[in-house]
Design a protein around this ligand. Structure first.
Ligand SMILES: Cc1ncc(COP(=O)(O)O)c(C=O)c1O
Length: 359
């Protein structure tokens, strides 16, 4: 056995067997493939943050506890700062949550098609996946989730609402019905909460086994900063905080996030624009000869067509990049289209009109 082969055998099988998360880098003028906010922050806001970047010594660690950011975030979410942990994107928060609960929970209830990182962490940590697929309309199958919860006491339940890559939501009443019978932890991923659906953070005082994850990567237009957070009952959060690595967010991200939170009005305007563009885009797409156009409470729309590859290539030739999600369970022939700016959506429509030979 070569040293290289030996090194490979030392890696956990659960990790070696992973497919890994991969995204082909592609450059297109209109980028609608990662559910980002299409509008950047205005230069005057960015300059405020940049000034701090120049003035702040780089040789010193960031704050041990980002108190100011946590306070501002807590005010934004309307919870106590002790209920919040911040991290390097909500992906890091998901990792911290899986690390905290894996050994006790052993199983993870996941509702595919959904965000791939849940299954990645479940498999990577050697947990057992209990899959409860969406129904034929790609909505949560509430009865089947309740059954899975009852059959797997103490399991970790991971839900995403609004759910990526479909855009479906769970109603607050259905969610509460599930939590009423669920004995394990529930992680509710609300990366797209600002675009629609109920606010899970309001339920934390009633359900101490609920942790909600959120992000600055979508509505907050700050995917490049890598900032996410989780909200939960203060005593649960205090325990989870022990496995989070120290200094997990850098001083620039910490400061820039406070500047963003001082300017949430700008963000709210762009979220309003995205919601109205999304609803217009949905009407437009629904009138085209797709097999399905799925209603969405997020900032993207899922479509299904047997011409998926031709349409993807046609759009890319027009420098418009959407996401091929056809390898997800139940999503054969599906593309996920992010909502862009007014101009970008007009370009998308122009290109689609040509593809479908519409006037
Ligand atoms: C449902 C969901 N959760 C979490 C994330 C990760 O976001 P972040 O950039 O905060 O790590 C994404 C990113 O696409 C997502 O769609």
């Amino acid at each position: 056995m070569t040293k290289n082969e030996l090194a490979k055998t030392l890696i956990n099988d659960s990790v070696r067997n992973l497919k890994g998360y991969h995204l082909e880098p592609e450059n297109c003028a209109v980028k609608l493939n990662q559910n980002e906010n299409p509008r950047d922050w205005p230069p005057e806001v960015k300059e405020k943050a940049a000034r701090f970047f120049v003035e702040r010594p780089w040789n010193r660690y960031p704050n041990f506890i980002p108190d100011n950011l946590k306070k501002m975030l807590a005010r934004y979410v309307d919870v106590d700062p002790c209920s919040v942990i911040v991290g390097n994107g909500s992906n890091e928060m998901l990792l911290v949550l899986f690390l905290s609960f894996a050994e006790k929970a052993k199983s993870v209830i996941i509702c595919p098609p959904t965000f791939t990182v849940y299954r990645l962490l479940c498999d990577g940590l050697g947990m057992r996946a209990v899959s409860v697929g969406l129904d034929n309309d790609l909505q949560y199958d509430i009865g089947a989730i309740k059954k899975a919860v009852e059959e797997n006491p103490g399991a970790m339940l991971v839900l995403s609402s609004p759910n990526n890559p479909v855009g479906n939501t769970m109603s607050e009443d259905d969610f509460k019905d599930i939590l009423d019978i669920h004995t394990g932890v529930c992680v509710l991923d609300q990366a797209y909460a600002e675009f629609g659906g109920f606010d899970g953070t309001k339920l934390i005082s009633a359900y101490p086994n609920l942790i909600v994850t959120r992000t600055f990567s979508k509505a907050m237009a700050a995917a490049g900063l890598r900032l996410g957070y989780m909200v939960g009952a203060a005593d649960v959060i205090a325990e989870i905080n022990k496995i989070k690595l120290p200094y997990n967010i850098n001083f620039f991200t910490e400061h820039a996030a406070t500047v963003i939170l001082d300017n949430t009005k700008i963000m709210e305007e762009s979220v309003g624009m995205i919601i109205s563009e999304r609803d217009e885009l949905y009407e437009y797409l629904a009138a085209l000869p797709f097999d399905n156009v799925y209603p969405s409470a997020a900032n993207f729309i899922l479509v299904r067509t047997p011409q998926k590859q031709k349409l993807f290539d046609h759009l890319r030739d027009d420098s418009i990049l959407v996401r091929d999600v056809s390898s997800y369970p139940m999503l054969n022939d599906c593309l996920r289209i992010g909502v862009g700016t007014k101009d970008e959506n007009a370009k998308l429509r122009e290109s689609m009109n040509i593809f479908f030979e519409r006037e």
